[in-house]
Design a protein around this ligand. Structure first.
Ligand SMILES: *Cc1c(COP(=O)(O)O)cnc(C)c1O
Length: 359
């Protein structure tokens, strides 16, 4: 067992009314921090009071973006346990992102131990309301004070925690998505498979334009032909076509979403046929016209399942309305089931749940 240093806060914060604070606005009393320096490796793991961090104005991340992150959640589980959903899968993906950005890999066992310890310390911060959770944001950034373009020789890993309300404050509301065929976000051979800020920087402008047109988010197409479906902002996209669950294959341009995996595993366990493959916009339009595009929904840690009520594709001059703009039965059933896995109402036969402590 590695020694994780602990520095106690002077005074605990007042806990906010989670239903009123939106997403990612409030942070808990503690955070985890660890440093990397060439020659020393990752060192000095510590749980310390949540605080601002100091960086050089020449910090390489600020200028060139060598950084990665994760997002997972802790829940209040039945029987008074504080649990984390698929923690090991998220930490493993952190290392896969690290490889793509040339960031030195972390000891997954150590980061897992640190995360579970931090959640145990902060378990009172896990909100108790329906759909509420404690969002966990691990991230690594390059920390060299150097303006030259090169792989950094020093890094920091932090884990911060933020209590969050149910994503849909007024119940489960379908979103309007715009098929984006002017701007592209990731290409094969690029950074699409990494959870890295660059993918978000590349998405902001198109996202803003989509908002101005009345859409909630954009659906990215492949960066070359702009013909094949990719993913939506911070979610993977799944389709129910002719009673099969179909989603784009992991071709290096989209993220290997943990919720995507969960949905596919659960769908298979329910006996559905599941396909991971290329899906063209033409196929979707044909399926829609034939009445076989039954449901469309996004998957991601933040919203879990995000039903799509409308898929607009301006350049093909078509608006596909799914389930009359209302949530589809499959998406609803999937959301309820995964929500149940989070809280223990559904028995965890998959091994997704890790216990951090009891409250
Ligand atoms: C985080 C993220 C997702 C969703 O992944 P989950 O592991 O399900 O939360 C999808 N796409 C992108 C680009 C992401 O950053």
């Amino acid at each position: 067992m590695t020694d994780i240093r602990f520095v106690m806060v002077d005074k605990l914060k007042e806990k906010p009314d989670v239903s009123k604070i939106g997403f990612g606005t409030h942070f808990t009393d503690y955070m985890f921090e660890m440093d990397y320096d060439e020659g020393k490796g990752w060192h000095d793991p510590r749980i310390i009071p949540y605080q601002d961090i100091k960086v050089s104005p020449a910090n390489t991340t600020l200028h060139y973006g060598q950084a990665i992150f994760e997002g997972c959640k802790a829940y209040r589980y039945k029987g008074g346990k504080a649990v984390v959903f698929r923690a090991k899968d998220h930490i493993a993906r952190l290392n896969r992102s690290a490889k793509i950005l040339d960031i030195p890999p972390v000891d997954e066992k150590l980061v897992y131990e640190a995360l579970m310890k931090l959640i145990d310390i902060e378990k009172e911060w896990i909100p108790a309301g329906k759909g509420q959770s404690l969002y966990i944001r691990p991230f690594i950034f390059a920390d060299d004070p150097y303006l030259g373009v090169s792989v950094s020789s020093s890094y920091k890993l932090l884990i911060i925690l933020s209590p969050v309300a149910a994503y849909y404050a007024h119940g489960f509301a379908p979103v309007k998505i715009m098929v984006e065929d002017t701007y592209v976000r990731a290409v094969r051979g690029g950074l699409g498979a990494a959870k890295t800020p660059a993918n978000y920087a590349a998405s902001l402008h198109a996202g803003l334009l989509a908002h101005q047109k009345g859409y909630d988010q954009t659906l990215w197409l492949d960066g070359v032909e702009r013909k094949y479906i990719g993913e939506v902002g911070s979610m993977n996209i799944l389709f129910k076509i002719d009673n099969k669950v179909v989603t784009p294959e992991l071709d290096g341009t989209i993220l290997d979403g943990i919720t995507r995996r969960t949905v596919l595993q659960v769908a298979k366990s329910w006996g559905y046929e599941v396909e991971e493959r290329r899906i063209s916009t033409d196929e979707l339009i044909d399926a829609y016209k034939a009445g076989k595009l039954e449901e469309v929904f996004g998957s991601g840690t933040a919203a879990v399942i995000s039903p799509v009520g409308e898929l607009g594709y301006d350049h093909a001059d078509i608006k596909m309305v799914l389930n009359g703009g209302a949530i589809g039965p499959f998406a609803q059933k999937m959301y309820d089931y995964i929500d149940g896995l989070h809280t223990g109402e559904v028995e965890d036969t998959f091994g997704f749940i890790d216990v951090a402590g009891t409250y």
